[in-house]
Design a binder for this molecule. Sequence first.
Ligand SMILES: *Cc1c(COP(=O)(O)O)cnc(C)c1O
Length: 391
Amino acid sequence: MDHAATTPVDARVLEAMAPYFSEKYGNASSLHSHGREAKSALEDSRATVAGFLGADPGEIVFTAGGTESNNHALKGVAFANRERGRHIITSPIEHDCVRKSAEWLATQGFEVSVLPVDEHGLVDPAELESIITDDTILVSVMAANNEIGTIQDIPALAGIAHGHGAYFHTDAVQAYGKVPISLSGVDLLSASSHKLYGPKGVGMLFVRRGTRITPLMHGGGHELGRRSGTENVAGIVGFAKATEIASQEMKSEAGRQAKLRDRLIKGILGIPDSALNGHPTKRLPNNVNVWFRYIEGESLVLMLDDAGVGGSTGSACSSHSLEPSHVLTAIGLRPEEAHGSLRLSLGKQNTDAHADRVLDVLPGIVDKLRRMSPLKSRRDVEEMLKYEEAH
Ligand SMILES: *Cc1c(COP(=O)(O)O)cnc(C)c1O
């Protein structure tokens, strides 16, 4: 139940990719038949991805994944438009590859503003309206959050950006293939294959025709000059196959997973001193995120793992830093609350039996950890002292 981190490659995807490693290994830039074969697979893949989004094939740039796509969108637009303005707006719950790109741009003469979010992680379009200026060149707000699953009102935010002559970018890595995406008002959109039962290390950036953007990779002029480097044809074919499968299965899978999600949320919230993180309804169909008072998320994840359940937490060590999740603190959780969070992200393989297993083992694990918890004991001591004072 950690599909927001990554997903297994679908057997049909693997089958579609296989020939492009061996028999059909041509370089898509070569003129001979091997090259043309690779080129036509590349362009078929581009048409599939474009068709899924309702874009033009010429607006799809294949990249090495979500991180590259987001870096390219922010840095590429910033540098191509710096004569027009220096102001960039983003949100506090973005993936690190957007946040760190924006932070780096702030060291390069750009000015970065971070929009507030409410307790569910929603950006209020009125807030964007109030901080956007004529100097704003780019607004970047993610379509759906990877930790808490909150889905933003992208058309409303994009409309405001356009009203002020700014480009609008959205990190749709978690939304792509899971919920319908509208390109209305969107100039740039990022997606990644491995979050969608495709291979790792491949993704794409939608760049609306006419958008001014500087490449990150300079070289032989691949991808219409936007991203040089011999194309990862096998990976791109796999990404396109994963997209095609998602376009057929998205609706039924979203419905099935949302039912599983709601059953899990309802069952988990039956545990005392727990609460839901993220929006109750504007939420990815596969995302469950809860917090438990007096719990350290890392221990919880490890004990769940022992019980055969793979989850994740916004707690400190798992994120390789000592800070708790920036997403959970942005929605107003205190650090000790953020440390007690658990994310379960569902996928195609998850069944009712898996949900039963979680609901079976989780209450006991939470109870056991609370008995050992220094936070809990401190509260007990405080209550005892209060009781003694009162009597
Ligand atoms: C996974 C993820 C990324 C990074 O994508 P990679 O392909 O792993 O580099 C970016 N944004 C979000 C929201 C993600 O979930």
